[in-house]
Design a protein around this ligand. Structure first.
Ligand SMILES: *Cc1c(COP(=O)(O)O)cnc(C)c1O
Length: 430
């Protein structure tokens, strides 16, 4: 990969992590639909199982189609290693658990609904307590939450659904001053719009279901390790220092010095909890990534146009698109998102719930379903669907009041999308 990191993003998204000559000259990454791989000899099995030699054994923990995807995304993000997983939730959960084991994680309160639900329902019972911070850019509030057993900070770069933009560089500095890694869910931005590792993030996670794959065809997730020298043995992560019998009585950092975080996710969480990405789905994500830049560029441009249209509409009380004049996050968007702010944002519908339902029932081109970053444009009332698990107070606190309508702008003609919204506003009022 040392050659490929010098290449441009659009070259990497087509070529990184895959060499046809190593796969019968196949131009496309083949789908290795195989449960297991020939080991060769019992002596080699011993070397593989002690991690003295690296090789394929069993698709639950590694497969050549997954590997091509992992290396490609690591190259796009500027990381050193990645682990592909069966869903974005698996990526979020494995990253939080792997960093936070038997300790605490400070995490953004304004976050994807599933992640918020897991903060309360799953991570504490697995030994990780979550300390949420209401405004992730309030650095003093984050600092006040740091305790002796705090092990990581977890944020979204661009939050779903109201586009809070995290000051990743400031948060990475704060984290590192305190011996903590910064974990960033970069699902909405994708590495095309924003590479958090360039600003100090130590681990980046994705729901590949969304814009990374971009065609509404799979569920998948990825964890990328930055390899920027974070010291897992400085004291806050005793589980990284533990001598492990299956690593030949070495710790994970001694065994995998270049990518201990990814290696530990793979050998512990993927190996033992088992959210494996199917090789076929890995292949489909690779197809999607080939057009990542083109899709995100167009979606950002169309979203900007639609956000401007909505911001002038009498039935709209607010629009969360960060590059609009007066938006609270405009300066951060200018710093971190110079290529555009992506295709997802929300707006407030000026009208009662019955009118919002009539509006949602009237759109014809926007599809009413729960996904993001698809080639098709989507619309959804987040408070009742993607974020339904939050209480009414939590919805207000996380910036998702009842009138919130979320859009994910696809690849259709922007004029047709505006015409669809216009006719839906008219039908909802009448
Ligand atoms: C959708 C989403 C997830 C969860 O991903 P799945 O692939 O649906 O499991 C996590 N984080 C963000 C920001 C998301 O939008």
């Amino acid at each position: 990969m040392s050659d490929s990191v010098k290449q441009g993003f659009d070259t990497l998204k087509i070529h990184a992590g895959y060499t046809p000559a190593e796969h019968q000259g196949s131009i496309q990454v083949p789908i290795y639909q195989s449960t297991a791989f020939e080991i060769g000899s019992p002596e080699r099995a011993e070397r593989l199982l002690r991690f003295e030699e690296f090789g394929l054994l069993y698709t639950r923990v590694g497969n050549p189609t997954q590997a091509a995807l992992e290396q490609r995304v690591a190259a796009l993000d500027g990381g050193v290693a990645a682990v592909s997983l069966a869903s974005g939730m698996a990526a979020v959960s494995y990253a939080i658990l792997n960093a936070g084991e038997n300790g605490r994680v400070i995490a953004a309160g304004q976050i994807y609904g599933g992640t918020y639900d897991a903060y309360r329902k799953v991570y504490p019972s697995l030994g990780v307590q979550i300390d949420t911070v209401a405004d992730i850019n309030d650095l003093d509030a984050v600092r006040r939450l740091i305790k002796p057993d705090t092990r990581a900070i977890f944020i979204e770069s661009v939050n779903n659904p109201v586009n809070v933009i995290a000051d990743v560089e400031a948060l990475a500095n704060l984290a590192h001053e305190n011996g903590l890694p910064l974990i960033v869910d970069n699902t909405l931005a994708t590495p095309y719009l924003w590479k958090p590792i360039e600003y100090g993030a130590d681990v980046v996670v994705y729901s590949a279901t969304k814009a990374l794959s971009g065609h509404g065809s799979i569920i998948g997730g990825i964890i990328v390790e930055a390899g920027n020298g974070f010291n897992w043995l400085a004291g806050r992560h005793p589980h990284f220092a533990e001598k492990v019998f299956t690593f030949g009585n070495r710790n994970v950092v001694e065994t995998f010095p270049a990518f201990p975080f990814a290696a530990r996710v793979r050998t512990y969480y993927l190996g033992l909890l088992g959210a494996t990405l199917s090789p076929f789905d890995a292949y489909l994500i690779i197809q999607g990534i080939e057009t990542l830049s083109e899709r995100l560029k167009k979606q950002s441009e169309s979203a900007q146009t639609i956000a401007e249209y909505l911001s002038k509409h009498p039935k709209v009380s607010w629009v969360s698109y960060p590059t609009l004049p007066g938006n609270r996050y405009k300066a951060l968007a200018e710093k971190y998102l110079p290529k555009g702010a992506g295709g997802v944002f929300s707006f407030g519908y000026r009208g009662d719930e019955r009118e919002i339902y009539r509006f949602l029932n009237s759109v014809k081109m926007f599809s009413y379903h729960a996904n993001l970053g698809d080639a098709r444009s989507l619309i959804i009332n987040s408070p009742h669907t993607t974020h339904h698990e939050l209480t009414e107070e939590e919805k207000i606190a996380t910036g998702i009041p009842p009138e919130t309508v979320r859009l994910s702008i696809g690849l259709e003609d922007v004029n047709d999308l505006i015409a669809d919204l216009e006719q839906a506003f008219a039908s909802a009022e009448s």
